[in-house]
Design a protein around this ligand. Structure first.
Ligand SMILES: CC(C)(COP(=O)(O)OP(=O)(O)OC[C@H]1O[C@@H](n2cnc3c(N)ncnc32)[C@H](O)[C@@H]1OP(=O)(O)O)[C@@H](O)C(=O)NCCC(=O)NCCS
Length: 195
């Protein structure tokens, strides 16, 4: 677990390096991944390198790579964006860029790790996001992590030749169930659990 920053049972989150740019750009250009993201422009490796380098000094974003613990492979990216320390809120973002990892609970785990960091470390009061109305699996992930549907922006987005709604979701600090206690239990060895 090189440079692990937040650690879950199946994934860990770590800072992204310039060297990660080719993999991340490849994920974001993949039509299967970007079709459910707001990103629509082609992304060069150079552009992604510049983005990653600028992150180091960017106070409004905390962006971390999602790494699968089974193969120590960078499989996605997650972030808290537009951090507002007066209103104490941030916008959540996530993609698992390797589709062979979809449906294994890893997106939910990464979301919960970021909520623990946002509420438990950054002392946020609210985390929010926007998701396409037809993107059922993402909405399910966010609901599992504790987000609630807050509203609909009708025909807000144009995707694959048609308009789709934007669904606004949010979670307040008071609604957050920390993953950490569960994690501590899950990461205990059988011997230490008896103590
Ligand atoms: C959306 C995304 C983050 C989900 O990640 P993931 O690791 O596959 O998510 P999880 O495995 O934790 O959970 C997926 C859930 O969606 C459910 N699901 C999958 N397809 C579904 C569908 N068509 N309708 C309803 N639920 C669906 C799964 O059954 C699972 O729920 P369950 O645990 O109750 O069974 C991932 O597919 C992704 O990154 N896609 C591309 C980029 C993207 O869309 N990012 C989000 C932008 S808002």
């Amino acid at each position: 677990m090189a440079n692990a920053f937040l650690i879950g049972p199946s994934v860990y989150l770590r800072p992204l390096e310039r060297e990660d740019a080719p993999l991340v750009a490849g994920y974001l250009n993949n039509p299967a991944v970007r079709r459910t993201l707001a990103a629509y422009r082609p992304l060069s490796v150079g552009q992604e390198q510049a983005f990653l380098e600028a992150l180091a000094t960017n106070e409004q974003n905390v962006v971390l790579g999602v790494v699968s613990r089974d193969r120590d492979l960078l499989i996605g990216v997650t972030g808290l964006h537009r951090l507002d320390f007066r209103g104490r809120h941030a916008e959540f973002g996530l993609f698992i860029g390797d589709p062979s990892y979809w449906g294994r609970g890893l997106g939910t785990e990464a979301t919960r790790l970021m909520l623990d960091y946002g509420f438990g470390t950054l002392n946020l009061n609210r985390v929010w996001l926007q998701v396409f109305g037809h993107h059922a699996s993402a909405q399910r992930v966010y609901e599992k992590a504790g987000f609630r549907r807050e509203g609909i922006q009708r025909e807000q987005h144009f995707v694959e030749g048609r308009y789709t709604d934007g669904v606004l979701m949010g979670i307040l600090r008071a609604e957050w169930t920390p993953l950490l206690p569960e994690l501590r239990e899950a990461l205990k060895t059988p011997a230490s659990r008896e103590n």
